[in-house]
Ligand binder design. Structure first.
Ligand SMILES: Cc1cc2nc3c(=O)[nH]c(=O)nc-3n(C[C@H](O)[C@H](O)[C@H](O)COP(=O)(O)OP(=O)(O)OC[C@H]3O[C@@H](n4cnc5c(N)ncnc54)[C@H](O)[C@@H]3O)c2cc1C
Length: 434
């Protein structure tokens, strides 16, 4: 148990000036009853925080625990494709007004196959919408979510604080949390634990949940570039035999590149002199954006497909990368996690209002049955795209070029592909319908 004279909940002092996280004043170890929560969210990344925001004003007492100081977690220099459905979800959660002015709205998506001349161009009117999706930076999304949490009275934020152990009981879980300046760890109790602790989820492993999947033969290089020509809000996905290259238009005129190639080639690209790297990039983007300038470090990520065999265990639910990971082609991973988070919130709030035990198997099953099959579809879709395009086997090359031709010419194919990519093909969470 925690020492009764030490603070159990701490806010990173370095970040409170810019973003004063609110800690419920009652929530001190002098009053241990207040360390009992309905729900503990472990991991305050974009997905964990989306769940926390979705639970604001729900009547559930929530604690969100994040091991990185705010300044550190916000500082990831990365941008994501944000699907239309994720935009609708953020609108429903009340953060879209803050996010929208800082994102790029896609005016067009262009898909092409290596040096094949045919380019599939997709426009908002193909879907009957105003845009086809967005490019948003990690910092913009996480800041908006964290700012929203400041006003949420039912949510306590522990940051930086790391969950080091969880003991599950029939009624809930005893969670041991280590806060850097606190000396002895703090114990808190919750009816339900949410693992939002990323792809290497220690909560998933500790609960003995196995995963299905594999590492790809590819890694992914990401970098930010300044193009000579304006990007005109066009998102590009160009498939090469080594792997796809995605170029995302950013709000400040720059672009983010996500370039997938076999591991060794990825390491070589990362280590090439800048001028040679840019030459290779200009070739692979087909000169679309003219001369390129490198505007960031080059980051390397191994790529894997992973699905947890169970999304739930007694008193535990997995969301986001803790539950699944997919190939970055088509920019789907975080969008799946956002849907997990609001689907789980919807299930839990309904159960709470109906007087059910939110950590019971019957309640958690509703979440798993909703999200796991939908996530399988996207995992399979991204795997299919990567395998179909990352090879030079002649019959497959012919089939995919016919496929691209049909995609370009048959409106219903374009419409269905866009419904899938924008997230609008699955069950729409209530928060996005408003
Ligand atoms: C190169 C690349 C490009 C990508 N592009 C896109 C894209 O365009 N669109 C898209 O939708 N997705 C994209 N993704 C996927 C996306 O980045 C992930 O799906 C998403 O970031 C997962 O978020 P998360 O919150 O589940 O996990 P994370 O971001 O990993 O967050 C987990 C959090 O949990 C914390 N934590 C871990 N353990 C503990 C503990 N014990 N106690 C307390 N806190 C803990 C960590 O500090 C971390 O903040 C991309 C991925 C890669 C690698």
């Amino acid at each position: 148990m925690p020492p009764l004279d030490s603070p159990s909940v701490r806010v990173d002092a370095a970040t409170t000036e810019s973003l004063p996280l609110q800690i419920n004043n009652e929530n001190t170890v002098a009053n241990p009853a207040n360390l009992d929560y309905d729900l503990a969210i472990v991991g305050g990344g974009i997905i964990g925080n989306t769940l926390a925001v979705a639970l604001q004003n729900s009547g559930l007492r929530v604690v969100s625990i994040e091991s990185q100081a705010q300044s550190e977690s916000i500082a990831k220099s990365r941008a994501y494709v944000l699907s239309m459905l994720s935009g609708q979800i953020f609108e429903g959660l009340g953060i879209w007004n803050q996010v929208l002015p800082q994102v790029t709205q896609f005016s067009q998506i262009q898909i092409s196959d290596a040096d094949y001349a045919g380019v599939v161009k997709m426009y908002p009117q193909d879907l009957g919408t105003d845009t086809l999706g967005y490019a948003a930076s990690h910092e913009v999304l996480l800041t908006a979510l964290q700012t929203k949490l400041v006003a949420a009275e039912n949510i306590t934020v522990m940051c930086p604080a790391q969950v080091v152990d969880v003991d599950y009981t029939d009624a809930g879980a005893d969670i041991t949390v280590y806060t850097p300046d606190c000396g002895a760890p703090t114990k808190i109790r919750a009816s339900l634990v949410i693992a939002a602790d990323g792809a290497k989820s220690s909560l998933r492993d500790r609960a003995g949940i196995a995963t299905t999947g594999f590492n790809y033969w590819q890694s992914c290089i990401t970098a930010t570039i300044k193009p000579e020509k304006p990007h005109n809000n066009v998102a590009y996905e160009r498939f090469w035999y080594a792997g796809p290259i995605g170029v995302l238009p950013l709000a400040d005129g720059r672009c983010q590149v996500v370039w997938t190639v076999p591991h060794q080639q990825a390491e070589e690209l990362r280590d090439l002199p800048v001028s040679e790297f840019l030459k290779a990039l200009e070739h692979c983007t087909g000169g679309l954006l003219g001369k390129l300038e490198l505007d960031s470090q080059r980051w390397l990520f191994p790529v894997k497909l992973m699905q947890s065999n169970q999304y739930i265990a007694p008193r535990l639910a997995l969301i986001g990368d803790a539950a699944h990971c997919c190939h970055p082609v088509a920019g789907q991973g975080m969008n799946l996690g956002i849907r997990d988070a609001v689907a789980l919130a919807e299930v839990l709030i309904a159960a709470h209002h109906a007087g059910e035990d939110i950590g019971s198997k019957s309640v958690l099953n509703r979440y798993a049955k909703w999200r796991k099959p939908e996530n399988w579809v996207i995992l399979a879709f991204t795997d299919f795209l990567d395998r179909m395009f990352s090879n030079q086997i002649l019959p497959i090359v012919i089939i995919r070029r016919i496929g691209l031709f049909l995609l370009d010419r048959v409106p219903v194919f374009k419409y269905l592909a866009l419904r899938l990519m924008t997230g609008l093909a699955g069950k729409i969470p209530q928060v996005a319908r408003s």
